[in-house]
Design a protein around this ligand. Structure first.
Ligand code: SF4
Length: 1448
């Protein structure tokens, strides 16, 4: 892991590109020579706040707008899904699975069907209101490109065109023309965290690639970034790949390049991770990190209050802003925060836009926004310091294990099971031994990493089971492809889950929507809530009976609450004091509302609270839908979860899912779960929020957006919302929404009748908090006591001990008992994992065992502590004791739960004035009464010590008298005397902090004696000189022995006790040495001057002696027990015996731990001595080197001068390079904008072209209609002509017959008739031709209609896919133009045909005219014929007449 430094400032002109201020944490990558880091254009990076891991997407977003990148880190929900994103995700999934498994075309099609018509993306489709068929249609368009890509890059790379890659070769970077072959897919969605570069990312595909180039074949592991959108090869897309090449450095050698694959076309672009590009992107990353970490600053004036800092400037591009997902938040922040700041300028064109977009907000709303944004930011900063993922790489697993936040040294065992799509069950086992006590609980979020470098954050998920040696987790990734020898660590994943929700809710509250406006009025402007007048208007008649039945089971305040809720138009607050049946009330409320036909959203801060209500609701058979992860839900409620219902009913379509969502009127989830898609589509009639007084205002807001009315249930006298940051707390962040709205008293109902506490415990609550408002629900509750059936037996077993302090603890008639552990003593321990108190934990365990022995069920006992570390200590002790049925938990987890006995361990016992003043005690409910008259325990202790001292001194004097005056050190009563003296001197001794731990030694006051009594200097000096004495206690013991031998003990101690002001530095005011008893003991000590003691101090092990008082010494005969008073004393002594024994046990453990520490110190001391010797040698060497160096120094100085000049030139060159790269970027940006404009223009042109085409299509249709009409008319004319021709034929025939008769005369006429017949034949042929043409025209019309239909279809397709298919537009345009040309030609042909036909018609007309003329001629000929006939007849008559005349 890299080191972190605190920056002192940025160097010179780099201030612009490296936004560092003193105090910032930086990580340096580069070359370090003689303590100077060289970071320049050629090598090295400066990473600002490396523990803040930023994604590639955030950094690439910052290229166009840094402000957007910063805002999207805060308001993550605003980037929520779109149709395009969903299709992209599905395509990624299909592509990744198909390439990993090398699927055939049919299988890929099957896979696509399985994914689109499966369960995995149903929720997203429901959210976006999309149908699976629509998605499938779009997905299918991409599949051919997948196959094309696989063909080109996996199966037949030889056929592909060469690519240009920049790769290093022997230290130089060369342009290599190569063909790429994807040999193996190593990972998909590979998750990499890089605290080295402050980056994180999921690489779409990690592949082993063969690069075939002229110089040979190279094999590399390279990242592939998939893009489903337009094939742009844009700077943003390329930046992501470049950052992934950097991320790859965490796990493998530098790939130097990666690939950008556009799924729509199957085109793959190579992207080189060039040094300059990487450097520029890291600069952008540092800027984003700077803005994120410096989001507040302290004002220079006044009391150093934190203020919000300005964000990166608003860009001057209204077009880009129009499509920005962060626009609302951006303008909101500008208006509420930045417009009030001096020196923050906005692009002039944007000012009216900002004002227009925020004009719906009043000044009070803007103030609320800026205050809450500040508080949330401060809280986030505290959270980031305390929690965050950084502990995973900053603290070794072994160390984190001690705090219980991690389990290390694990290996993966058994098979990985895919429980559902994307959910893999893994089993981890400790490599050796059992898992130490851990805070990891079932349902906790967990981050799985490899202990080896570079394997951070492999996967995240949830704990499924924890046993002594195994942990099973449900993870989002399958880790089976990692080596079997990988050693894992499982870290508690506090992370920043849910940290964005309050920001999101704040942003939503400021939106210009009716729901947000209503909530702003109620919450920010305190608009009075409204109520309906009469219940009858809300209660449907058919629900009245059900409601009446439910109300029967409730008490008066509960009924009042029901009524208030039903009458409310805005909101109701229900104050649920402890034990007043909050859960019952909520359950009844839900039943009544659902009976009345209202839809209800039930939420709470914790899953436990939600499930408590649901467990009750399930009993009443009220249907509900539980949202949220099944792991977090109570086992009995899991069957109602969305997950379980979808699984059991095999839901695979959006319609079915919609049915599930709409099936129940009651929906339940935690406040954090309101990002579920159901809430986008559904609005509830009521929202009920349990534990509302413990929920932070903005988190509580979340569910309220989805309902018309809301009910908050809570009690602000209980736990307030947890706020880590003191300044945020002072600014009002701990004010819950419940407390804020409580000022509207007409909306408040109080539940005051309680069923949990007996009258004595209740009176404590009434006295301390509730001002006598609480009442007992029944006589039975009022008089209830804990049932301890085996208490008598236990007392017998305990013997005399049961008459001590335990007497009242065990008495069922004393329900509240405070035990002060200050004098035990029971000091607290502050460790990395938190604060704990081992002694207090042992006492808690001891008491628990007694209650269980007395007959209380272990499950009826609850242990509470406000400190998680203390809970861990207690749980560890319980595990050793093999008792798991007693529940050990934090206060909040016990909300609304009942136990017969609750033991609270307050932990804190510190003399440090700076710590929170918590009186050290263990508190018992239900065991003994509070406020009892307690005899001063210190007075008892003093009296007991005095008695023991008396007995001891008396015993010594008597022994001396009976065995002679000289006593040696083996003599037990003498040893006991020293032990008693030690205890007397220790009594009331103040605790001092020392280097190793807390120190409580009597050597301090004894050392004081030599200052007050010069004669004592000698023994003090001898004690200090005594070899082998290591501890102050050992010295004190030696001092006491020497003082006794000197017969000066009484004198020394007397001079001490008369200087009480000096003694008070060492002793508490109630200590034995400060009180009368001390003086009495000193008086008694005078008696010891009669004895001679022969004590060898030198060889004795005084440091580690255990000072245990042996009471049997004082209970030798009945004589000693005589007298009532004596009995009382002995009882008191016995009492103390227990106490002292307990004390001794603790001392023993302290002594052994001290021994261990001393041993380790000795070892380290030896090491230090060795190191010192080495260091000395080094110093000598260094001194020699120093001389050498000095001589070289002058040389170096000269060289440095040269270097400096060279560096100046370098800096100049770097500046130039930067300017060039900047210019390049600017040009790229301008180029991209130009392309965008051109594309927009192209699109506009296309649209215009389409409009023209549509109008042309209409014209063609019109022309076709006219043509049809003409054709019909022609057909009619032709029919008429045919009839006429038939008639003409008939006439001709007649004429022909007649003309035949007059053969000779009619020869000429016959010829004319035969010509007419020829013409008639010609007309028939023309008719046939016309009929054929008509058929052709009809066919052409049908083709035109088909073409028209085709055009229509194309038009619809084009309009739908216009956005994404610009690249195809030109092609289509050409095709359309060709089509158009054909159309025009075709039309021209038609027009020509029409013209010809017109000509034929006119020709026909002419011919018809000719026929008519012929007819007229024919008639004339007939006339002539007639005349000729008559002439002929006349001539025949004349001939006949002539003949007759001739014959005559
Ligand atoms: S609205 Fe404009 S200035 Fe604001 S974040 Fe979005 S792109 Fe940047």
């Amino acid at each position: 892991m890299g080191e972190r430094w605190e920056a002192l400032g940025a160097a010179g002109d780099n201030r612009e590109s490296v936004p560092v201020v003193p105090g910032d944490i930086v990580h340096l990558e580069g070359e370090c020579s003689s303590g100077t880091w060289v970071i320049n254009a050629q090598c090295g990076y400066l990473v600002l706040y490396p523990d803040l891991l930023l994604s590639g997407t955030t950094i690439s977003n910052s290229i166009r707008c840094m402000r957007r990148a910063v805002l999207s880190e805060r308001f993550r929900g605003s980037e929520s899904g779109s149709r395009q994103m969903l299709i992209g995700t599905i395509l990624h999934d299909i592509f990744q699975q198909s390439v990993t498994n090398n699927l055939t075309q049919e299988k890929v099609q099957e896979l696509a069907n399985k994914i689109v018509y499966g369960q995995k993306y149903l929720k997203e489709m429901y959210h976006l209101n999309l149908k699976q068929a629509q998605i499938m249609q779009e997905v299918e368009e991409y599949l051919p490109s997948f196959f094309k890509w696989a063909e080109d890059f996996m199966h037949n790379p030889a056929n592909q065109n060469k690519m240009q890659l920049k790769l290093s070769n022997g230290g130089k970077t060369e342009d290599v023309s190569s063909k790429i072959e994807i040999v193996d897919i190593l990972d998909i969605e590979e998750n990499i965290w890089s605290p080295r570069f402050g980056l994180k990312g999921k690489i779409d595909v990690t592949a082993r690639v063969k690069i075939h180039c002229q110089s040979g074949v190279q094999s590399r592991i390279m990242p592939l970034e998939l893009k489903s959108g337009k094939e742009s090869n844009s700077i943003e897309h390329r930046s992501q790949v470049i950052l992934y090449t950097l991320l790859n450095l965490e796990r493998r050698v530098d790939p130097e390049a990666g690939f950008l694959l556009y799924l729509k076309t199957g085109t793959m672009y190579p992207v080189s991770g060039a040094r300059m590009d990487r450097r520029e992107l890291m600069k952008l990353r540092n800027h984003v990190a700077f803005y994120l970490t410096h989001s507040t600053y302290k004002s220079d004036v006044g009391r150093q209050k934190s203020q919000l800092a300005a964000l990166p400037p608003v860009i001057d591009d209204s077009q880009a802003c129009k499509h920005c997902s962060q626009m609302h938040n951006c303008f909101l922040y500008s208006r509420a925060v930045e417009q009030k700041m001096a020196g923050v300028a906005f692009p002039p064109a944007m000012v009216p836009v900002i004002d227009r977009e925020t004009q719906h907000l009043k000044p009070s709303h803007l103030e609320y926004f800026s205050l809450w944004y500040l508080m949330l930011t401060l809280e986030l900063q505290s959270g980031e310091h305390k929690k965050g993922y950084k502990n995973i790489w900053m603290i070794p697993a072994l160390e984190r294990e001690k705090a219980g936040d991690c389990v290390g040294n694990m290996i993966r065992v058994d098979e990985v099971h895919e429980i559902s799509e994307g959910q893999y069950l893994h089993f981890f086992q400790r490599r050796n031994g059992a898992i130490p006590g851990t805070n990891l609980l079932v349902g906790d979020r967990v981050v799985v990493s490899g202990e080896e470098k570079g394997l951070l954050g492999l996967a995240t998920g949830y704990v499924r089971e924890v046993s002594a040696t195994k942990v099973s987790c449900l993870l989002g990734r399958n880790l089976s492809n990692l080596s079997e020898n990988t050693i894992f660590r499982l870290d508690h994943g506090e992370g920043d889950v849910g940290s964005g929700i309050p920001f999101e809710n704040l942003s939503k509250l400021m939106k210009d929507s009716p729901v947000s406006e209503r909530l702003r009025n109620l919450i920010i402007d305190f608009q009075k809530p409204h109520f309906i007048q009469h219940l009858s208007s809300v209660l449907p008649p058919k629900a009245k009976e059900t409601v009446a039945n439910i109300l029967k089971g409730l008490n008066k305040p509960q009924k009042q609450a029901m009524k208030q809720v039903l009458l409310s138009k805005d909101y109701t607050l229900i104050v649920g004091m402890p034990g007043t049946g909050k859960t019952t009330t909520i359950c009844a409320l839900v039943r009544i509302l659902s009976a009345c036909g209202f839809s209800v959203l039930l939420t709470s801060f914790t899953h436990t609270a939600v499930d408590n209500v649901l467990l009750k609701l399930a009993k009443f058979k009220v249907g509900f839908l539980r949202l949220g992860r099944a792991q977090k839900v109570h086992p009995d409620i899991q069957k109602y979860t969305e997950e379980e219902i979808c699984r059991s009913r095999s839901i695979k379509s959006v319609t079915d899912l919609e049915e599930v969502y709409n099936s129940q009127p009651v929906v339940a989830t935690s406040c954090m779960g309101v990002n579920h898609p159901i809430f986008v589509q559904k609005q509830f009639d009521f929202c009920i929020v349990d534990e509302a007084s413990q929920i932070s205002q903005l988190i509580c807001l979340g569910p309220l957006f989805c309902s018309k009315r809301f009910v908050l249930v809570g009690d602000h006298q209980q736990l307030p919302p947890l706020v880590l940051n003191a300044e945020a707390r002072d600014l009002g962040m701990s004010e819950s929404l419940f407390k804020r709205l409580e000022q509207n008293q007409n909306a408040v109902v109080q539940l005051t009748v309680q069923y949990r506490m007996n009258s004595k415990i209740m009176s404590l609550s009434n006295m301390l908090v509730y001002e006598g408002k609480l009442e007992c629900g029944s006589e039975k509750v009022s008089n209830a006591t804990v049932n301890l059936p085996n208490l008598k037996k236990l007392k017998l077993d305990l013997g005399d001990a049961s008459k001590t302090w335990l007497k009242e603890v065990l008495d069922p008639d004393t329900p509240v008992c405070f035990l002060n552990t200050e004098k035990v003593p029971a000091p607290e321990h502050a460790e990395k994992g938190g604060i704990s108190n081992v002694t207090e934990a042992k006492i808690v365990l001891f008491l628990t065992s007694l209650f269980i022995k007395a007959g209380c069920k272990p499950s009826d006992i609850g242990i509470i502590s406000p400190y998680r570390h203390q809970l861990k200590t207690i749980t560890d002790l319980m595990a050793k004791w093999k008792e798991s049925r007693v529940e050990v938990n934090t206060v909040d987890k016990y909300q609304g739960r009942d136990k017969s006995i609750i033991i609270v361990s307050f932990v804190r016992n510190s003399i440090d004035e700076n710590t929170q003043a918590v009186t050290p005690f263990v508190l018992f409910f239900a065991v003994s009464e509070a406020g009892r008259a307690v005899k001063d325990p210190t007075a008892v202790e003093r009296a007991n010590l005095l008695n023991m001292a008396k007995l001891s001194i008396k015993g010594l004097i008597e022994s001396a008298l009976s065995f002679g005056r000289t006593l040696d050190s083996d003599y037990p009563p003498l040893q006991q005397f020293f032990v008693v003296m030690e205890h007397c001197l220790k009594h009331g001794l103040k605790v001092r902090k020392s280097f190793l731990s807390y120190n409580k030694t009597i050597w301090g006051p004894l050392e004081l004696v030599e200052k007050l009594y010069p004669e004592a200097e000698e023994i003090a000096a001898s004690v200090r000189d005594l070899p082998g004495l290591k501890t102050p206690l050992g010295r004190a013991r030696a001092w006491l022995r020497l003082a006794l031998m000197q017969k000066k003990m009484a004198d020394y101690l007397r001079c001490l006790i008369i200087q009480r002001d000096l003694l008070s530095e060492f002793y508490e005011y109630h200590a034995l040495m400060m009180e009368e008893e001390g003086a009495v003991i000193v008086g008694l000590l005078v008696g010891l001057n009669v004895i001679d003691a022969n004590l060898c101090v030198k060889g004795e092990d005084l440091d580690s002696q255990v000072g245990v008082i042996d009471f049997s010494v004082y209970l030798k005969s009945d004589d000693d027990i005589g007298g009532k008073e004596r009995n009382v004393q002995i009882a008191a002594i016995l009492d103390q015996k227990n106490y002292v024994e307990e004390l001794n046990r603790q001392l023993n453990s302290t002594v052994s731990s001290l021994h261990a520490r001393v041993d380790s110190l000795e070892k380290s001391n030896t090491k230090l001595i060795e190191e010192l010797a080495i260091a000395k040698n080094n110093i000598i060497k260094l001194q020699e080197e120093n001389h050498q160096l000095r001589s070289e120094n002058t040389l170096i100085l000269m060289k440095t001068q040269h270097h400096l000049e060279a560096t100046k030139v370098d800096v100049e060159a770097e500046l130039q390079t930067y300017k060039h790269s900047r210019q390049g970027l600017d040009e790229m940006y301008t180029e991209a904008r130009r392309q965008l404009r051109e594309e927009a223009q192209l699109r506009q042109d296309m649209e215009n072209e389409l409009v023209v085409q549509v109008s042309m299509k209409h014209e063609i249709e019109l022309a076709m209609k006219l043509l049809e009409k003409d054709i019909h008319e022609k057909q009619d004319t032709l029919i008429g002509l045919r009839q006429q021709l038939d008639e003409v034929k008939a006439i001709n025939m007649e004429m022909y017959q007649k003309l035949q008769v007059s053969e000779d005369a009619m020869k000429e006429k016959n010829e004319i008739i035969s010509r007419l017949e020829d013409k008639t034949n010609q007309i028939n042929a023309t008719m046939k031709q016309l009929e054929q043409r008509l058929q052709q025209a009809e066919k052409a019309q049908m083709d035109a209609e088909a073409e028209d239909e085709k055009l229509k279809q194309e038009y619809v397709n084009k309009s739908e896919s216009l956005q994404n298919e610009f690249s195809q537009k030109e092609k289509q345009l050409l095709q359309l133009e060709t089509d158009l040309k054909i159309e025009k030609e075709w039309r021209q042909t038609l027009e020509d045909d029409l013209q010809k036909e017109k000509e034929i018609v006119s020709h026909l007309r002419t011919e018809t005219q000719e026929i008519v003329n012929l007819k007229k001629e024919f008639l004339k000929l007939q006339e002539k014929n007639k005349q000729l006939k008559s002439v002929c007849e006349d001539q025949e008559a004349a001939l006949q007449e002539l003949a007759s005349k001739l014959s005559e």
